[in-house]
Design a protein around this ligand. Structure first.
Ligand code: 4AZ
Length: 271
């Protein structure tokens, strides 16, 4: 939910609220199992592996005015990036940059774009109440191929147990450090009933969960805004969750199919 380095008071407060709300629930469920994981090797995203950017040229990262990566995103059209509202809500376009085609953050490969407009879903309040989606307009059209967004009728892509890919440059363990290189992991989509058990705020229209019951593989802080992909379609946006890779605490993603009409309107909007 929180950025790698929150830059506004609003975001710091939102993050603290999430942690407070979820900590009570998650703490009881996961203390023992999580403690046993702390000593284990901390693989990337959490539990993923390095992924070639050439195979996923639609995945991008967002940097702040210091050049620090703070979120992920997905190219939805040549000059449009789909990300999480909580990544950019309240930000000025001038303080966000988008980096495409760069697998290793410390390299200069790929292309950096300025942001000329930030659209945040009008229903967005915080990640716990849904509508955690935003679309950025870039100052130029990129040559990278965009990723299609799942449609409302794409119900098969959301079948519980379906394996989905999640990608990002975020933390490789809960409370750990962000990855220098693009990471990718596979996680099964969770049923609405199982996600509701983990999260009281779960709204099956606005969200979808993914993760193994035993934990170990997940998105984490800094992956927010990035893609969850099934069958070559964007089915989710990394949004929130209780910690990272904890047993019984799947990651929560924005259910893009629900918002596809709104997203599509933004992808074709002239701004
Ligand atoms: C975050 O703080 C965050 N495990 C992102 C993803 C998840 C939890 C937190 C899901 O940005």
């Amino acid at each position: 939910m929180s950025d790698t380095k929150p830059r506004t008071g609003a975001k710091v407060r939102a993050a603290a609220g999430t942690l407070a709300a979820m900590g009570l629930l998650g703490g009881l469920l996961t203390t023992a199992a999580h403690a046993s994981e702390q000593g284990a090797a901390a693989p990337p995203i959490v539990g993923g592996q390095q992924a070639p950017i050439a195979d996923h040229s639609w995945v991008v990262f967002l940097t702040d005015d210091q050049g620090n990566q703070f979120c992920g995103g997905t190219l939805g059209a040549a000059d449009k990036v789909i990300t999480a509202a909580h990544c950019v809500d309240g930000e000025r376009p001038a303080s966000v940059k988008v980096v495409a085609g760069r697998e290793d953050k410390s390299s200069t490969e790929g292309v950096e774009s300025s942001v000329t407009d930030i659209w945040v879903h009008p229903g967005y309040q915080d990640a716990n109440t849904g509508s955690d989606v935003a679309v950025l307009t870039l100052d130029k059209r990129l040559t990278q191929t965009p990723l299609p967004v799942a449609m409302p009728e794409d119900t098969a892509a959301y079948e519980p147990g379906t394996m989905a890919s999640v990608l990002g440059w975020g933390n490789t363990s809960e409370g750990g450090e962000a990855s220098e290189t693009l990471q990718k992991a596979q996680v099964p989509l969770t049923s609405d009933a199982d996600c509701k058990k983990a999260y009281e705020q779960y709204d099956p229209k606005a969200m979808v969960c993914a993760g193994f019951p035993e934990g170990g593989v997940d998105s984490c802080q800094g992956d927010s805004g990035g893609p969850l992909v099934v069958d070559g379609k964007l089915v989710g946006i990394v949004s929130t969750g209780n910690g990272c890779a904890r047993p019984g605490n799947p990651g929560i993603y924005t259910r893009t199919a629900t918002y596809q009409p709104d997203i599509q309107a933004q992808l074709t909007a002239q701004r």
